[in-house]
Design a binder for this molecule. Structure first.
Ligand code: AMP
Ligand code: MG
Length: 487
């Protein structure tokens, strides 16, 4: 275990130089204070979790202090936003403080979000508010606990600094961790600004540091792109299987590592709704729940365009063609497991689709349905779940098929079934209303609810004593909450 001043830095991205990022110092927050920290994320840096309670922790992650070895930099990138190209974006309010390597030899980017203005702030104030920082913290740690690849969050630091959004709020910073903060939009920036040398440097950087195994392949860049396609297909399969809606799938928010990245008005589904739009400024539903699948491919083709200097168009197209089959295979595999199936049959896809349609028509809670389905034998579970469906005859027909399918899958005890299904069907997810309750308390200075919710969500598959209130459908006020897109 390390103390805060014992972190070891190796700032590989900063060494790429000024064409890639600009040196900027964090602008400190007034009266910085710890809101919440993640012990699991602290462990990634080998940090002793008790250091979170020391004043120097809030000073470091509230922008007051820096390690001597840190090199804070704002990265430049661009990207396609809602389908249109924005030629210059970049870190407008976040800084890459440096890269820390741990005892296991892993590198972790330390990125401080809400750290003040940079040359890429455009019209923004460089700040992040407490509300959105808490949401990012809770979501990234909750996704990780569900087994969904995501950037991580070390802590949220609150403050008394006023920040204006729709109303006056308080500034906060979230310390984000990821093996890399390079986005699709990084490649697009150097491609569209016609900087082939830097574009090549960036590609070599990503290949060597993040896809070293592809270097052994006959066409390393093509192998890397294929891997990026596969990782994104798998990521989106997990989002769809667990009901996560990202909300702002612009290419500047897509990680080259295939991890969930940049949290805005995201939401987990309460009732199953394929057409759900969590981003209220997304009037056309470009990033609706079910559109995440084709948009994943659209984004990969935007990246492919930026990689044409290194890979033939033919080969890129072929690699893009792998996206849907990869996606479908991963998705179906996850859904079979959620249904408690261990074998594969041709008609499983239809079984899943029929169930989702019934859930959609009756507004059935997506998370609780699967959890309850594993509580007991298939026959007993479907009998109990039947009341959730308006179209009971439709559900009965599905339930018959399901029971037959379960029987063909092979014998197992009720206990085995429960264990297997509960291990993949969470009881606790980050419902918007739960996040909202925690935010409301935190905004009045009480951080206990954020901390408790974070704890509960760190073990989503384990039933926790006294935590029943976190495993409920939302109350009326908490359904379809309009989450502000400002952050
Ligand atoms: P986002 O919607 O958070 O992914 O941000 C899109 C772009 O706007 C990125 O370049 C951000 O850095 C920038 N941005 C968002 N909010 C702010 C802000 N308050 N101040 C400066 N830049 C911002
Ligand atoms: Mg972004």
């Amino acid at each position: 275990m390390k103390a805060l001043d014992e972190l070891t830095f190796d700032n590989r991205f900063a060494r790429l130089g000024d064409a890639f990022s600009t040196h900027v110092l964090p602008e400190p927050l007034d009266e910085p204070r710890l809101v919440v920290a993640s012990d699991a994320a602290m462990a990634l840096l080998d940090l002793d979790p008790t250091v979170a309670d020391t004043p120097v922790f809030a000073e470091l992650f509230g922008g007051h202090k820096l390690w001597a070895e840190a090199e804070p930099r704002a990265m430049v990138y661009s990207g396609h936003q809602f389908g249109g190209y924005s030629p210059q974006l970049g870190d407008g309010r976040g800084l890459l403080l440096g890269e820390v390597y741990n005892q296991a030899g892993e590198h972790w980017d330390l990125h401080l979000k809400g750290a003040g203005m940079t040359p890429y702030s455009r019209m923004g104030d460089g700040r992040a508010v407490l509300r959105s920082s808490i949401r990012e913290f809770l979501a990234s740690e909750a996704l990780h606990a569900l087994g969904i690849p995501s950037s991580r969050a070390l802590c949220v630091i609150g403050s008394s600094t006023p920040v204006w959004r729709e109303k006056q709020e308080r500034g906060a910073m979230v310390l984000r961790l990821a093996p890399s903060h390079i986005r699709f939009g990084h490649f697009e920036y150097f491609y569209y600004t016609k900087k082939p040398e830097q574009q090549a440097e960036l590609a070599e950087h990503v290949l060597s540091l993040h896809y070293p195994e592809c270097k052994e392949q006959p066409e390393p860049y093509l192998a890397m792109f294929r891997e990026i396609v596969e990782r994104n297909a798998e990521l989106i399969a997990k989002w769809q299987a667990y009901g996560f809606c990202h909300g702002v799938m612009n290419t500047d928010n897509m990680s080259i590592l295939g991890i969930t990245f940049d949290f805005g008005p995201f939401a987990f589904l309460d009732d199953f709704d394929a057409h759900f739009i969590c981003n209220h400024s997304d009037h056309e539903g470009r990033y609706s729940f079910s559109n995440q699948v084709p948009i994943g491919q659209w984004n990969l083709s935007a990246l492919a365009q930026a990689l044409t200097p290194f890979i033939s168009v033919e080969a890129l197209k072929e690699a893009l063609g792998l996206y849907l089959p990869f996606y479908q295979a991963h998705y179906l595999d996850l859904m079979r497991r959620r249904l408690g199936l261990t074998t594969a049959e041709d008609d499983d896809q239809k079984l899943v689709e029929r169930l989702l349609k019934l859930m959609q028509n009756s507004g059935v809670d997506y998370t609780l349905f699967f959890r309850r389905l594993g509580d007991e034998s298939a026959a007993l579970a479907v009998t109990r779940l039947r009341d959730n469906f308006v179209d009971m005859a439709g559900f009965d027909a599905w339930a018959e098929q399901y029971k037959e399918r379960v029987a063909r899958d092979g014998n197992c005890s009720e206990e085995q079934r429960r264990e297997r299904m509960h291990a993949v069907n969470p009881l606790y997810i980050l419902r918007n209303y739960l996040a909202q309750n925690a935010i409301t308390a935190a905004e009045s200075g009480d951080y206990s609810e954020v901390r408790r919710l974070h704890e509960v969500l760190s073990k989503p598959f384990e039933e926790q004593a006294g935590m029943e209130q976190y495993a409920q459908r939302p109350p009326d006020w908490g359904k379809h909450l309009e989450i502000s897109c400002s952050s």
